[in-house]
Design a protein around this ligand. Structure first.
Ligand code: ARG
Length: 575
């Protein structure tokens, strides 16, 4: 039903109230190395009451609030160490086993959350930063949805602005078929570079490009038609990558920069009416307090350039307005790399000044570090160019096929291909998700595809192994879900406690928007399972122990499957 830590907090709340003579004292329950949990609330309360902390702790214990649930012991300056009764833990596991949500209660106050993620740029190669955004954003979308929030996915692609003049002219030069072909192959960078080269070499071309930008911004129908086809070609390449990755994004989630163009004059007018705009070098800017450059001069957020053009920041301000006012969002998440941190902090600050971002509304930059190559520099392909994501994903599946063939040569060819896809893609995603997102990480094929360590294959293998235990037992998985669960051996106890902590792992993950916390939990779970399976015979045990242990196996597999599923990673039943 609930994490035992929460159960303790709930049971102790009235005991604390009784001792304190008032409601609302936090018992401060934490996991502990020495016991199953430690209660630290007596220390603070002692100060309030002017009594010795140990005496307060004794008084709380003496209420008998945890009788039948745990043995308790007052220790140190006034901690209470809590060790759960085996019967209590067994019963909690049995309750969770009967719950499709594995103990994760739906959010009591669901929120509307816009998740801005992936956001590649049209006619440019998606780089590994976009891969990170896509993978992290998708995991957060799944977790938020599972917890019961309303999630709106937005793929804020870069589909507008000055480069589109030259891109459109280049497309007209080489013809649509050739352009489509180069994008189908994922050669978006080649296309972009060719256009760029012509732009700097030929005056005639750059003139055409400039006129084309003017036509685009004036919504000239012919120009818009070509622009739309260019965007569509790019999108079909992005969709190819999304399809291979298995993420939730679809064309319905597209909300590119072009969408906000018509809203920008209004945003400008609103900032102006509030007196927030100032002139600086001919541009219209806002100076949000607290932002300075290296020389300690106030840093402007440029809303309209000297040329009269609106900026990236303007479109993000329009986005903020659109998401709060039209979509009715409560929370905005921006899953974008760390280099844009200052941009978002400034946009949010200006949105606060304008009164658009006021509590309980919230906006969060969910930033992340870089993907590095073996040389600890930004990951590049062998030729030194940006890595093509599509090739990277294909290579992952190929390498996984080899690894799976070695591990289990008996798999038939069709199953092996399917398993290789799940393992290869899972490995790439998990390598990304399992490091704290704010840090850089080294892209290392051997490590991410290893069956040992904190990797997708290790977790997937633990799941597949449990599926095979049930095949050998010839027992239906669902048949053990109401079984009484024995929690006697230390490994059973550790596994039971871990299984019951799944809801906490989910909540901690969302508290800081950090999928690696869920990864760490799943890795710990798989390790607890391995220890359990080594020390506690399952199929050779006598009843009722056999069924009890099968129940622990089943719940472990379901938790691994659910947890990996929330990270966007599939779980084969054999591998
Ligand atoms: N297209 C941008 C880039 O590749 C990311 C956009 C992120 N989202 C946003 N609302 N600014 O850097």
């Amino acid at each position: 039903m609930a994490d035992p830590i929460d159960v303790v907090a709930e049971l102790l709340a009235p005991a604390f109230a009784q001792v304190a003579g008032r409601e609302g004292v936090d018992p401060v329950v934490r996991p502990s190395d020495r016991a199953d949990a430690q209660v630290n609330g007596a220390l603070g309360l002692a100060k309030e009451l002017g009594r010795p902390p140990r005496e307060v702790a004794e008084a709380v214990v003496a209420t008998g609030a945890l009788d039948g649930v745990a043995t308790v012991e007052v220790a140190g300056p006034g901690f209470v160490n809590v060790t759960f009764e085996a019967a209590f833990l067994g019963e909690q596991v049995r309750i969770v086993a009967g719950d499709d949500r594995l103990g994760v209660a739906p959010a009591p106050a669901p929120r509307r959350v816009v998740v801005d993620y992936s956001a590649p740029n049209v006619a440019k190669e998606m780089h590994v930063g976009h891969l990170r955004s896509t993978v992290i954003g998708d995991a957060l979308v799944r977790i938020l949805g599972f917890v019961g929030h309303t999630v709106i996915r937005e793929n804020h692609i870069g589909d507008w602005g000055r480069p589109f003049g030259m891109l459109i002219e280049h497309l007209l030069d080489i013809g649509e078929d050739a352009a489509a072909e180069s994008m189908r192959q994922g050669d978006l960078d080649g296309f972009y570079k060719e256009a760029n080269a012509k732009f700097s070499e030929s005056e005639q071309f750059s003139d055409r490009a400039r006129q084309r930008v003017v036509a685009l911004q004036a919504y000239d129908p012919e120009t818009i038609a070509i622009w739309e086809r260019l965007v569509a070609m790019s999108n079909s390449y992005f969709n190819l990558v999304y399809g291979k990755l298995g993420v939730l994004l679809t064309d319905d989630d597209l909300a590119g920069e072009s969408r906000y163009q018509s809203l920008m004059p209004e945003v400008y007018a609103r900032l102006e009416a509030q007196g927030l705009l100032q002139e600086s070098d001919g541009a219209q800017v806002v100076f949000p307090p607290g932002f300075t450059n290296r020389d300690n001069e106030p840093l402007p957020l440029i809303v309209r350039a000297r040329t009269g053009a609106f900026m990236y920041a303007t479109s993000d301000l329009a986005c903020v307005v659109d998401r709060f006012e039209r979509l009715g969002a409560d929370v905005l998440l921006y899953v974008v790399g760390a280099p844009q941190q200052q941009h978002f902090q400034m946009v949010f600050e200006v949105a606060r000044m304008a009164g658009w971002l006021v509590p309980p509304r919230e906006a969060v930059h969910v930033g992340f570090g870089s993907v590095l190559g073996p040389d600890k520099k930004m990951l590049r392909s062998r030729s030194g160019d940006a890595v093509k994501l599509i090739e990277l994903l294909d290579e992952a599946v190929e390498r996984a096929a080899a690894a799976v063939a070695e591990k289990n040569p008996d798999l038939d060819v069709g199953t092996r291909a399917e398993v290789a896809r799940m393992v290869g893609i899972g490995a790439v995603k998990y390598a990304d998700l399992s490091t704290d997102r704010v840090r850089d990480y080294v892209f290392d094929w051997d490590r991410m595809l290893s069956f040992d360590g904190n990797t997708a294959p290790y977790l997937q293998y633990a799941h597949a192994r449990i599926c095979s235990i049930f095949r050998r037992a010839e027992v239906e998985r669902a048949a053990v879900r109401d079984a009484a669960v024995v929690v006697d051996a230390p490994q059973e106890r550790a596994l039971a406690l871990r299984l019951l902590a799944f809801p906490s792992a989910i909540h901690e993950t969302l508290a800081t928007w950090s999928p690696h916390k869920l990864c760490t939990y799943l890795f710990d779970l798989a390790q607890d399972f391995t220890a359990f399976y080594e020390h506690c015979p399952v199929l050779r045990a006598d009843e009722p122990l056999r069924t009890s242990r099968l129940a622990l196996c089943d719940l472990t597999a379901r938790t691994l499957q659910q947890g990996l599923g929330l990270l966007g990673i599939e779980t084969p039943e054999q591998m």
